[in-house]
Design a protein around this ligand. Structure first.
Ligand SMILES: [Zn+2]
Length: 417
């Protein structure tokens, strides 16, 4: 690897990582869901080795783990971890990303050159308004940017480089983890928390500067399958039962003014149909179900079952079946048992001249699952906005703050041990 690629700023790293297409895919038979993610994972493993981290591994599933050796004389400093995901969302193209740095952005609308409809309007982007004077990175408008979560990857890499360059900063052993497939709910499928070896961890996958996500949705996936009956359409009278029409009937019965992503905010949950596999014989509708309270999930699933049964009552001969799978659970309950994770975070933010704002994320992160698996992991801001969209953006100054927070966290955990 050329020497110049090793020691570089968080921005240079970020611009390098976003040009690698790492889009993950729903319903893939492979792990990672797309093999192209391995290109960036391998590149990161090489960069980590070149920076001088130890125990750098890229396992058969693609996960990259590495160690920043301790510099402290204390023997009781807990091992802490920093984690980010390399994949980008299947919801927007990640092929041929052309990042643009709008240096010293002056506060006017940002038109993205590759698509006339891609305009970041300040009036519609309150978080952008606060960034006047900063350096804003966007895509060219044809793709997403990939700040989710390559901002987090770049921040962890830049912080690792700083800690290695400054052995006079006392800190305990620090573990780093880069994962594939977070966007398709598989980021932790093969994450071995024993082998990772941290007592506590932080994902860098949040949004606005100063926030820490200490609460997430509880989440299930639910598949509602309607079974009809197919026969030759020329001879179908009285025999054919078209499951596509049944599914349409069912969808039309979903609540319209509530319980959907487009009608809820803050602490409200929802049911969200997002993929259909349709044929006359059999049609399945995939839902995600979300609520901050786990009992709330059960209520929403019961509602879907009731609506589906009411639907097929009008279609003699049709049947319906349901599958529910747990996706992740609200991490707040576990974090309350380990208050130092957030307290040390608060101190690290303070030293970076930020006030920590605890946030409830209307989604989940790798941290939600890791917490459930026994590695308590809240989510630190990485600075990106408009995730999964061609209007995604991040400011360089916010990425730099996240790097500072990581370095301060390493220090604070050592001091307070
Ligand atoms: Zn993410």
């Amino acid at each position: 690897m050329p020497e110049t690629l090793i020691g570089s700023s968080v921005l240079e790293r970020f611009l390098r990582y976003v040009t690698v297409d790492t889009q993950s895919a729903e319903g893939s038979k492979t792990y990672p869901s797309t093999l192209k993610q391995l290109v960036l994972l391998d590149q990161l493993a090489n960069e980590l080795r070149a920076l001088g981290l130890t125990d750098v591994t890229r396992d058969e599933h693609g996960l990259v783990f590495a160690t920043i050796p301790a510099t402290t004389k204390k023997s009781n400093v807990p091992v802490i971890g920093f984690i980010a995901h390399v994949d980008t969302s299947p919801e927007a193209s990640g092929t041929n990303v052309k990042p643009i740095v709008h240096r010293g952005w002056r506060g006017d609308d940002i038109r993205l050159p590759d698509d006339p409809t891609s305009v970041l309007r300040v009036a519609e982007q309150p978080a952008l308004k606060a960034q006047a004077g900063n350096d804003i990175v966007t895509s060219s408008g044809a793709t997403l940017l990939g700040a989710d979560d390559k901002a987090g990857v770049a921040e962890i890499m830049a912080a690792a480089e700083q800690l290695l360059k400054h052995p006079e900063i006392p800190h305990g052993t620090i573990r780093i983890g880069f994962t594939p497939d977070e966007e398709v709910g598989g980021g932790t499928t093969h994450f071995d928390i024993q082998r990772f070896g941290a007592a506590y961890a932080y994902t860098l996958d949040g949004t606005t500067r100063g926030t820490m996500d200490t609460e997430t949705f509880s989440a299930d996936a639910m598949i509602v399958t309607f079974q009809g009956f197919n026969t030759h359409p020329g001879f179908a009278k009285g025999r054919m039962i078209n499951s596509i029409k049944i599914a349409a009937d069912f969808i039309s019965r979903l609540p319209k003014g509530e319980l959907s992503p487009e009608t809820t905010e803050d602490r409200e949950g929802f049911v969200h149909p997002y993929v259909m596999n349709a044929s006359v014989d059999r049609t399945s509708v995939r839902f995600i179900v979300r609520d901050f309270a786990t009992e709330g999930l059960k209520k929403k699933e019961a509602l879907l079952e009731r609506l589906a049964h009411e639907t097929i009552a009008g279609w003699p001969g049709a049947t319906v079946s349901f599958e529910v799978e747990e996706s992740y659970r609200n991490l707040k309950d576990v974090l309350l048992k380990h208050p130092q994770i957030i307290e040390h975070g608060r101190e690290a933010y303070r030293r970076a001249e930020l006030e920590l704002r605890e946030a409830s994320i209307r989604g989940g992160t790798d941290g939600s699952r890791l917490t459930a698996m026994g590695l308590p992991t809240p989510n630190i801001f990485a600075g990106g906005h408009n995730f999964h969209s061609r209007l995604e953006w991040v400011s360089v100054q916010d990425m730099e703050k996240a790097v500072e927070v990581i370095v301060h966290l390493a220090r604070v955990w050592e001091e307070r041990a």
